[in-house]
Design a protein around this ligand. Structure first.
Ligand SMILES: [Zn+2]
Length: 436
């Protein structure tokens, strides 16, 4: 039996109610009137408690790329960021395109124990966009979605068949939308900054034309399409339009698209190089508008660690991607909630219930009987982003030195504490002890 844990004076993320949350044996339990001396108590002083965050799009880099990240370090970073579950992309080495590799990733996640690891399996063998991977077997092995992330499925007939074969599994295909012809050898958003720096641009349409195509293929097949990491105004329009047509199409966006524009590339800063690229101010505003009007179904980080060596190459040669797990919540609170774009409850929903819905996961709540996957955070506490203190191996963030608000205090997964901030101290109940 695991000991009783009490979080006293927490604020419920949705109702705003002050309460005592009790956890025992991995589940939320009714708060007892007289906790025994064996209980541990955290005096939360009004900190917000919410279900643990869920990231539907991360790169944990294993198997094969452990210099960038491991399942151990990536999930440790997730716990530090308040996440209790992450879905990881299969563009590893080798590609996760067999049931055995799905199983391997899941088990390695369990062994690390920092958060739930939900493998996403490849759509095509080797992510080569040609032959379909064994989607049914991958689903039975525990894959939560299919994706050739990192590469688009260029051939529309292949995507059609993938959607047809994925349909009976009930799982979505997560689409990295990018027309390879339009992208060509572009390295950042096509616009003024690219021209100033003499870098080749990627037009926004490279993303949106593929969003339109896949929405039409969802209609043709009845399969489920989830549009990954949307960045461009016309892509949000495509998602909005797909919903108007009642298609099985959902979509996500990431904090960097509502916080930054292509100007963050500054003077060839590779920590602002990701794919899709940071875009224009109009795109950033369209991103926020699509979050506010409910077009965006959920958030993701697209956490993509690389080594310092790789990121110190010239801009055109450095790999795409930034880390995101340890800054996601604070960027949400600082840039969506504080300016009044979203109320706190909706912002948290987009990191909790919403990705669970998209991935078809069991709901988690704070009600007695629910699995105790939760995060406690102080929405007002300011901190400065220091990549050297990250738990991820990646240091590639454009937010180094930024002062953000919103600090994760405790993360708990199935009743086990997976992260505590330095200042968090658990105590024994005092008053009850003398009562005998
Ligand atoms: Zn991608």
């Amino acid at each position: 039996m695991s000991a009783l844990t009490l979080f006293r004076n927490v604020t419920h993320w949705r109702t705003g109610e002050r309460l005592t949350l009790a956890v025992e044996d991995g589940v939320v339990v009714p708060a007892p009137k007289h906790p025994g001396a064996h209980a541990r108590v955290f005096e939360a002083r009004g900190a917000v408690v919410a279900p643990g965050l869920v990231d539907p799009h991360v790169h944990l880099r294993e198997p094969g790329q452990s210099a960038k990240e491991t399942i151990e370090t990536g999930t440790r970073a997730a716990a530090a960021g308040g996440f209790t579950a992450v879905a990881c992309m299969p563009n590893t080495d080798p590609v996760v395109d067999t049931a055995a590799w799905v199983e391997w990733v899941r088990r390695r996640g369990e062994a690390a124990g920092h958060c739930e690891v939900l493998p996403i399996a490849a759509v095509t063998v080797g992510q080569r966009g040609e032959r379909l991977a064994p989607l049914d077997a991958l689903a039975r092995a525990g894959a939560v979605a299919f994706s050739d992330d990192g590469h688009p499925v260029t051939n529309a007939a292949v995507m059609r068949h993938a959607l047809e074969y994925a349909r009976p599994t009930g799982l979505p295909i997560i689409c990295h939308e990018e027309d390879p012809g339009l992208k060509a050898d572009g390295v950042m958003h096509e616009g003024f900054t690219a021209t100033r720096l003499g870098l080749r641009g990627i037009p926004g349409a490279a993303e949106s034309v593929m969003c339109r195509r896949d929405a039409d293929l969802a209609e043709l097949t009845g399969g489920r399409v989830h549009l990954a990491h949307l960045s461009h105004s016309a892509s949000f329009d495509a998602l909005r339009d797909a919903k108007r047509r009642s298609l099985a199409v959902t979509g996500e966006t990431c904090p960097h698209y509502w916080v930054l524009t292509d100007e963050a590339v500054g003077d060839y800063d590779t920590s602002a190089k990701m794919n899709p690229p940071l875009r224009s101010e109009a795109d950033r505003e369209a991103c926020i508008a699509a979050i506010v009007d409910g077009t965006v179904d959920c958030f993701s980080t697209d956490h993509a660690p690389h080594t310092a060596d790789e990121k110190s190459r010239p801009f055109s040669e450095a790999p795409f991607g930034i880390v995101g797990l340890e800054t996601a919540l604070a960027l949400t609170l600082t840039y969506l909630v504080e300016p009044g774009h979203l109320v706190l409850a909706r912002a948290i929903e987009l990191w909790t219930e919403a990705p669970r819905r998209v991935l078809g996961l069991t709901p988690v709540s704070l009600e007695p009987g629910s699995q105790a996957d939760l995060v406690l955070f102080d929405p007002k506490e300011a901190w400065v982003v220091d990549p050297e203190s990250f738990h991820t191996k990646g240091r590639n963030t454009p937010f180094a030195g930024w002062r953000l608000r919103g600090k994760v205090l405790v993360t708990m997964r199935e009743g086990r504490i997976t992260h505590t901030a330095d200042e968090v101290v658990f105590e024994r109940p005092v008053a009850e002890e003398s009562a005998r």
